[in-house]
Design a protein around this ligand. Structure first.
Ligand code: BGC
Length: 773
């Protein structure tokens, strides 16, 4: 754990330069706009430890898989979003000496991520080996208004000398992914051109042949006055630059405004890519840095209007929750149904920018409540578009008749993961995809989604489950063998309660969706039946039979669901019995020891109780919580939030708060010593869930919002924004009660502590509070 980020409600602040934490800060201070993302690498040269990262959404490379023992059904490659051309680079030489913070003496270093307005600022004084001192201030952002563009303002001032500055704004496409399996470079050059103050470089990915054109244009000011320059164009392999010299007297400031864009062939025909890139560059150059930044600030302030959480009385918690919301909104804007949310977003290479069940299980609630419903709809349509690939994926494993198995890890619908115990067995991901459809329809009321897209996906998923179970003669029931539940510290188990329960839920939900679509529009129903070759009598009958005869492991005596058959045969030891030196288990113990131990990586049975809570009484949830939580090591960042929400539901406010704390500052304080790989973007959505569903007790039942809040004792108050069916609500929980402000023009009725309140447009109510503060 580190503790170097200064607490501030709207800013992430680092003071003092420590090269050892540079890669951590590069992740934390990352910028993104849904289309591109940039780690907080320096503009000027840096010869110390760094992980360069500029990622262009949707542009990936199928890196050939490395496995020791190949198994049939393994994917051939792991698709990864590539590190693309460096667009931020500005090399600075002072009388021939390179400005490099690794070789310079650095003082007054300060890095600030302004979350309210969406920009990164860095300032420092550097003393070069020659003794020359310069002051630098750099500000940059990835625009959410011009979402293919970024802009930089770089100011440099000689402090104790007058000298000659050689400055080189450049685009460098000679880029590597640090995680390349075979140490290959993934880009080939297509075209390049350099003019006096602009340059363009088009690169093509090997194998996938995506093209990305990166362009730049710049303008230079000397003491606030524009300078007429004759920069020298430079072209090298995959590299374009413009170099110029400025003589500056002591204390005179040189300012470079660099405008850049990354355009991909996913959005433009290849033969027009350069032309479009030139147009975007011209447009933003004309706007200028200040106007772009002003538009950026306004757009971010508008986003905060819909998604902010305000915590009074705990500045560290306030900073943390805003950081989580900011990173989620930087990662996914929901404008493009071909894009999704990688567990590290645009902040690092780990997980390759690919899609996991994290999106459906953890991110969907955040986007449902804080953005237009189209945003979540696009996340669902992403999976709809991959349905055929999911059917092919299931076929590879021997399934038939339109059964669909969605991949554990994917970018284009094909499976990329290749550990058999996960690829073939961690099949519960299929249920999360169905659950997200249910969640979306429940939240938005947009049942027509089922007619158009949802039902087809549900049928494919239900067919998979119906084929994945088998009849056990011994038990005279259906069983599901050889699976891995969400707890990846158990593999190849039989009858994992979570997976089987969610499979049954999928069958049930698909049956009700079939009925709903048939009732709503018989034509749509018949079209889906025809398209999927659905056997309207046989398949529902078979599913019903499974629903009525499925084996689910329980322990009657303890009154709990069994994580899997035989779980109670394990040694009866608890997490509190572990020595601190044994933690985290995944780094300290052999895999064999982990598999045989009772320790649970993340919510498993409890994940099911969270999803399907209304089917279980409080005592059942409590017994299972009290049994499983003490055996859970929470070694996935996705774990604490589910526990926080359940603890809150069980009235254990202190524990709910403790679980929340485990993820809220996960990256800011580098809890797990892994932030340098990138931030835990998908678990950030879990932190949001802990506040809204945990402390706020928010649920949607029967087309209505319900709240059951409590106030963590350390806070004076907290408030959060919720968009629900055209209404924007601000819910503030304080010692004085629960205040709900309806900020929109529509009336709404909500339930607070089981009492119904009508809140007219543009009015507010104060609900009595029933918690002990
Ligand atoms: C978790 C998975 C998750 C993945 C990506 C793993 O550590 O066990 O549930 O999907 O990380 O976040």
């Amino acid at each position: 754990m580190k503790n170097y980020i200064k607490v501030n409600e709207w800013n992430i602040i680092e003071e003092g330069f420590d090269p050892h934490r540079n890669k951590i800060s590069e992740s934390i201070f990352s910028l993104g706009n849904g289309r591109m993302g940039q780690r907080a690498n320096f503009e000027e040269a840096y010869s110390g430890e760094t992980l360069p990262g500029n990622y262009v959404a949707g542009v990936y490379y199928p890196d050939k898989t490395r496995v020791g023992w190949w198994k049939n059904g393994y994917p051939e490659y792991f698709a990864k979003v590539l590190n693309a051309a460096n667009w931020i680079g500005i090399d600075v030489k002072i009388d021939g000496e390179t400005l490099d913070l690794h070789t310079a003496k650095v003082s007054d270093f300060r890095r600030v991520l302004n979350m309210r307005e969406g920009y990164l600022q860095r300032s420092f004084t550097a003393e070069l080996p020659s003794g020359k001192q310069v002051k630098v201030m750099a500000k940059r952002f990835c625009s959410i208004v011009d979402d293919e563009a970024g802009a930089i303002c770089y100011r440099i001032t000689p402090l104790n000398f007058s000298g000659n500055f050689t400055i080189t704004p450049y685009i460098d496409g000679d880029i590597k992914n640090q995680d390349a399996n075979y140490d290959e470079k993934f880009w080939d050059e297509v075209t390049k051109e350099v003019n006096s103050s602009s340059a363009f470089l088009t690169l093509r990915t090997k194998k996938t042949a995506f093209e990305v054109c990166t362009g730049m244009q710049f303008v230079v000011y000397h003491n606030g006055q524009p300078v007429e320059l004759k920069p020298e164009p430079i072209q090298n392999d995959k590299y374009v630059a413009c170099q110029f010299n400025v003589a500056a007297l002591q204390h005179e400031e040189i300012t470079i405004f660099k405008f850049a864009a990354n355009l991909s062939s996913e959005n433009y025909p290849k033969d027009k890519l350069l032309q479009h890139c030139q147009e975007v560059i011209q447009k933003i150059f004309k706007k200028g840095f200040d106007q772009m930044l002003q538009e950026q600030a306004q757009a971010w302030i508008a986003k905060w209007e819909e998604s902010d959480i305000v915590i009074e009385g705990d500045a560290a918690a306030q900073q943390a929750i805003r950081f989580n919301i900011f990173q989620l909104n930087q990662t996914y804007t929901g404008e493009d149904a071909r894009l999704n949310i990688g567990p590290k977003g645009f902040t690092g290479e780990k997980y390759g920018g690919t899609t996991y069940w994290d999106t459906e299980a953890y991110c969907v609630p955040f986007y449902l409540a804080t953005a237009d419903s189209q945003v979540t709809r696009n996340l669902l349509i992403y999976r709809y578009k991959h349905l055929q690939k999911a059917i092919e994926n299931a076929e590879k494993l021997g399934f038939t008749n339109g059964a669909a198995l969605y991949p554990m890890v994917t970018i284009n619908g094909e499976e990329c993961h290749n550990e058999w115990e996960i690829t073939f067995e961690e099949i519960h991901r299929n249920a999360a995809i169905a659950f997200a459809i249910y969640n979306y329809v429940r939240y938005t009321g947009d049942a027509a989604y089922l007619n158009e897209y949802g039902l087809e996906v549900l049928i494919g998923i239900a067919r998979f489950w119906a084929q994945r179970v088998n009849w056990s003669e011994a038990k005279q029931q259906y069983v599901m063998l050889g699976v891995t539940g969400p707890n990846e510290y158990e593999n190849n188990v039989n009858n994992n309660w979570y997976t089987s329960t969610m499979a049954l839920w999928c069958l049930e939900y698909t049956l009700s969706a079939l009925a709903l679509v048939r009732n709503n529009n018989i034509g749509d129903y018949e079209a889906v039946v025809e398209k999927t070759n659905f056997l309207t009598i046989d398949e529902p009958l078979n599913w019903q039979h499974i629903l009525q005869n499925m084996y689910l492991p329980v322990d009657e005596e303890k009154g709990i669901f069994l994580q899997q058959e035989g779980y109670l045969d394990k040694e009866n030891i608890l997490v509190k019995d572990l020595k601190p030196a044994d933690r985290p288990l995944n780094q300290k113990w052999s895999w064999d020891r982990i598999l045989r131990s009772p320790f649970i990586k993340q919510a498993d049975v409890l994940q099911g109780l969270y999803f399907l809570e209304d089917r279980f009484d409080l005592e059942t949830i409590r017994r299972n919580f009290d049994f499983y939580e003490p055996r859970t090591v929470h070694e996935s960042s996705l774990s604490p939030c589910v526990h926080a929400i359940l603890a809150a539901k069980l009235g254990d406010e202190e524990r709910a708060y403790q679980f929340y704390l485990r993820t809220s500052r996960l990256d800011l304080d580098d809890y797990n010593n892994d932030t340098e790989d990138g931030c835990h973007i998908t678990s950030m959505a879990g932190t949001w869930m802990s506040v809204v569903e945990g402390f706020g007790g928010m649920r949607v039942r029967h087309n209505q919002l319900h709240f059951n809040p409590f106030l963590p004792t350390k806070w004076h108050s907290f408030s959060f924004k919720i968009g629900f069916r055209g209404v924007l609500l601000n819910i503030k929980v304080s010692k004085g009660g629960v205040q709900l402000v309806n900020q929109s023009d529509k009336n709404i009725s909500v339930v607070v502590y089981d009492k119904v309140y009508e809140i007219k447009a543009k009015t507010q109510i104060l609900a009595e509070h029933e918690y002990v503060a």
